[in-house]
Every structure is written in structure tokens, then in C-alpha cells.
Design a protein around this ligand. Structure first.
Ligand code: 4NP
Length: 168
């Protein structure tokens, strides 16, 4: 591929509150879909949190172990959302209404605000309006997160593969 027709990568940032449960899980699921399709050169996937309380930590051990049983390895290290994310990413995807509202308020411009989306808008199997926070719950909550995120990430990936630029 020449420099002139080199495609810009589609960059996606998944965001939740702590960046130790839902968003690193979404990142791993999306990265696996990208890898399995041999599309690594065309995507940049990352995740971040709206609080910095867990900055520098790996994913929650409960999320890691549920992920592992479903064939995912969570290697992300928690980091907070930073102002440059609104320039660096094409899509910034929140897990629930609170994430979405905070991201919209943080967005420095109208153009940046338009990059913010709801994760569950990409679901094609589940009729649901948020990815429930599993942090204070039991094992079923973590399983539920994986099930919803597999649906949402597949919907997102398929829509991007069909018409990349129309999604952002
Ligand atoms: P996450 O879950 O937003 O899916 O990473 C949480 C992680 C940590 C906390 C809350 C939710 N916390 O309160 O520390």
C-alpha cells in the first residue's frame, strides 16, 4: 500500500467507571474480533475509566477469571480518560447512561461530543440500554457483562466492516 492510499486506522475507546471490569472486557472482545478477521492493521482499540481510583491496576480478578473461561485474556492496565482521547479516537463508547453523560460533558467540542456513543446501541440480540456494573454483585453479573459485550462488539464490528466511515 502506498503512502497516498494508506487508510487511517479506526480507533475505538471503550469507557466505564473504573476501567477494571466492563471496558477492558469490551476491549478484549473487540480486539479478538479484529484479530480473527485479520484486521489488526486497520483498528486501534483501547479502554479507559472515568475515575482514576484504579489507575495502574490490572483488571478485576473476577472479571479476568470469567473472561479466561470464555477464551479472553485481560492484559489492560487501568487508566483514566484524558483530554487527548477526544482527538485520538473516532468512537468513544460508554457502558451506561452515567458514563455517556460524563463523556459528553468532558468533550471539548461538538465534534468530540458526537464521537460519544452507548455500547448497547450496537447490540443486535439484546434489547437493553446499558451494560450493568458487575462490581458490587456476584458471578452472574460478570457472565452477563460478557454476554452483552459479545453481542455489542459483534454488532459494532460488523457495522464498521460494512461501512467504516458512516459510523463516525
Ligand atoms: P467498571 O466497574 O466501571 O466496569 O470497571 C467498577 C469498578 C470499580 C468501581 C466501580 C465499578 N469502584 O467503585 O471502584
Amino acid at each position: 500500500m502506498t503512502k497516498e492510499n494508506k487508510q487511517k486506522k479506526t480507533s475505538i475507546l471503550f469507557v466505564c467507571l473504573g476501567n477494571i471490569c466492563r471496558s477492558p472486557m469490551a476491549e478484549a472482545i473487540m480486539q479478538k474480533l479484529v484479530n480473527e478477521a485479520g484486521q489488526q492493521a486497520h483498528y486501534h482499540i483501547d479502554s479507559a475509566g472515568l475515575i482514576s481510583y484504579h489507575e495502574g491496576e490490572g483488571a478485576d480478578p473476577r472479571m479476568k477469571s470469567h473472561a479466561f473461561r470464555h477464551g479472553y485474556r485481560l492484559t489492560h492496565i487501568s487508566r483514566p480518560v484524558r483530554p487527548s482521547d477526544f482527538d485520538d479516537f473516532d468512537l468513544i463508547i460508554g457502558m451506561d447512561d452515567s458514563n455517556y453523560d460524563k463523556l459528553r460533558r468532558l468533550a471539548p467540542t461538538l465534534e468530540a461530543e458526537a464521537k460519544v456513543r452507548h455500547m448497547t446501541d450496537f447490540c443486535t440480540l439484546h434489547v437493553i440500554d446499558h451494560v450493568p456494573d458487575p462490581y458490587y454483585g456476584g458471578a452472574q453479573g460478570f457472565e452477563n457483562v460478557i454476554e452483552i459485550l459479545e453481542d455489542a462488539c459483534a454488532g459494532l464490528f460488523n457495522s464498521l466492516q460494512l461501512s467504516p466511515q458512516s459510523q463516525y
